[in-house]
Design a protein around this ligand. Sequence first.
Ligand SMILES: C=CC1=C(C)c2cc3[nH]c(cc4nc(cc5[nH]c(cc1n2)c(C)c5CCC(=O)O)C(CCC(=O)O)=C4C)c(C)c3C=C
Ligand code: FE2
Ligand code: FE2
Length: 362
Amino acid sequence: MPRFRPEPPHTHGGPSRTAILLVNLGTPEAPTAPALRRYLKEFLSDPRVVEIPRWAWWLILHGIILNTRPARSARKYAQVWLKEGSPLQVHTERQAKLLQGLLGQQGHDGVKVAWAMRYGRSSVAEALTRLKAEGAQRILIVPLYPQYAASTSASVMDSVAQWMQGCRNLPELRWVRHFHDHPGYIAALAASVKDHWQRNGRPERLLISFHGLPRRSLDLGDPYYCECQKTGRLLAQALGLETHQYAITFQSRFGRARWLEPYTQPTLEQWGREGMKRVDVICPGFVADCLETLEEIAIECKTVFLAAGGREFRYIPCLNERPDWIAALATLTTQHLGHWLTESDQEPPAGGDRARALGAPN
Ligand SMILES: C=CC1=C(C)c2cc3[nH]c(cc4nc(cc5[nH]c(cc1n2)c(C)c5CCC(=O)O)C(CCC(=O)O)=C4C)c(C)c3C=C
Ligand SMILES: [Fe+2]
Ligand SMILES: [Fe+2]
């Protein structure tokens, strides 16, 4: 086997030469301890995700975490699993399909939309190899993380770079670094809150909760914290909220180190104790509902708030398949496709010459 993969026959052009690859985090294949173990092993072995010396982390991961966490996490996943599969995967697949449909309606039916997961199936490498075999020569990578973080967005690009290392005839590549302040994304979030308020009335306060990161990431220059603050502020502005009517917090803390603060769950507990009766929670850092929203927020945090004295807790779902979000995604991606969309595709690609060189009839 050559070090760089041989080129598939269609690699020099095909019906859709431009492609969009939506990438989300990844999810276990089933809500079971063995599936969780495989998933957590891959995820937590990524040096972008846990930044402590490799040997020390290897001992903790293999000695403790992979023996205790899989069964506990599997029970949590089982509470939110859908009949079609993991919520994260189900929503991501639907988003890709809806985006494909909308781009077609907008006259971009030559653009192929695919999806992949950073960990687990279907992997970024599998998706890129498939797109290339189908003739894609220009690929826009879209990590589905509105706020840039090294542990998520950069890790997606690591997996792209790793695939490139085995590739002979590289496609053109672009990527969406972040969209934390994209007007279409903010407007879709605001509309989702307004729809929710129309049905359920207004809360005393809106809690805007983002996935956390070790506090050290901020000290080392990761822009994630600041991008979360900006998204939160723009959303509050779009809703006309004053500063006392909302708060920004960080959830999903892992391990004992200090993470970005304030923490979501203790904040809700405190609000319950202080006599707040009704709170709404939105998680704009996730564009698809998943374990961290459906279980941690909508089940665990609700229980904590009510036990502390709160009366009503409402979780506002992620953007998922909302048409305004799919439209925002179409705007965002076509903006990044730029001249790839307008440049003439009339001239046949040079691949025909390869076919002739290999003796194929004209
Ligand atoms: C160990 C450190 C972790 C960091 C750093 C981290 C950052 C981070 N994660 C997301 C988005 C998601 N994380 C999800 C699950 C999840 N996250 C961690 C750990 C870290 N995340 C673990 C161990 C898990 C698995 C579940 C568990 O055992 O607790 C998910 C949900 C996946 C699903 O299948 O539903 C998402 C999405 C972001 C955006 C982020 C940094 C900004
Ligand atoms: Fe930007
Ligand atoms: Fe996470």
